[in-house]
Ligand binder design. Structure first.
Ligand code: FMN
Length: 180
């Protein structure tokens, strides 16, 4: 698949077939995501894979009370990936000071670059994904996320059981401006 077909064809998938996702395949996806750019190549993004259906259902039930729509999606996924990032590295100097006025928020930027690369690589390998930013706070403790990491988002992973149309995009005219 060429890069533009991958960028254009990837969609957020919220309905999955029952088929399990092999761990070897998700490791291939993670190997590609590792090629994403990061702040001074700090590579802070980590992936906690959950492929035990009972645990996925428990997460869907207990940790999506703030937005139950996500619980419905998670319950249909054969795999859930919790994306975490190591704190205190992106945008942070060796002496602990912040490099820029954006302070530690570069962590989110790095994770975002990695997550989009992850989703594109997954799509190229035949997998559907959806990024999720809305879930209950208690999930970090449930997953045992260490203090030195931040839980950034969840990604459902599985074989797509739908072919959604692309939500409308803004035109280049809307997006571009020139400083002259
Ligand atoms: C940071 C971020 C958070 C998102 N959170 C959710 C979410 O909680 N639930 C959900 O169903 N989709 C979520 N999405 C998916 C977006 O709704 C989706 O990317 C957007 O509608 C465009 O559709 P497409 O991915 O098919 O192009 C999120 C996407 C991003 C980038």
């Amino acid at each position: 698949m060429d890069a533009l077909s991958c960028i254009r064809g990837r969609r957020s998938i919220r309905n999955y077939k029952d088929t399990a996702v092999e761990r070897s395949l998700i490791e291939e996806v993670i190997a590609e995501a590792a090629l994403a750019p990061s702040w001074k190549n700090t590579q802070v993004t980590r992936y906690l894979v959950i492929d035990d259906k009972a645990k996925i259902n428990e997460i869907a039930e207990k940790f999506t009370t703030c937005f139950s729509y996500n619980g419905g999606t998670i319950a249909k996924a054969p795999m859930l990936v919790a994306v975490t990032a190591l704190k205190g590295r992106s945008g942070v100097e060796k002496d602990g000071s912040f490099t820029t006025k954006r302070e530690a928020s570069w962590l989110m930027f790095d994770a975002g670059c990695a997550v989009q690369t992850f989703c594109l690589a997954a799509y190229e390998k035949g997998l559907g994904t959806v990024i999720m930013g809305i879930f209950d706070d208690g999930i970090s403790e449930y997953l045992g996320i260490p203090e030195d990491r931040e839980l950034v988002n969840l990604i459902c992973v599985g074989y797509a059981d739908e072919e959604p149309a692309a939500p409308r995009r803004k035109s280049v005219e809307d997006l571009v401006s020139y400083f002259e």
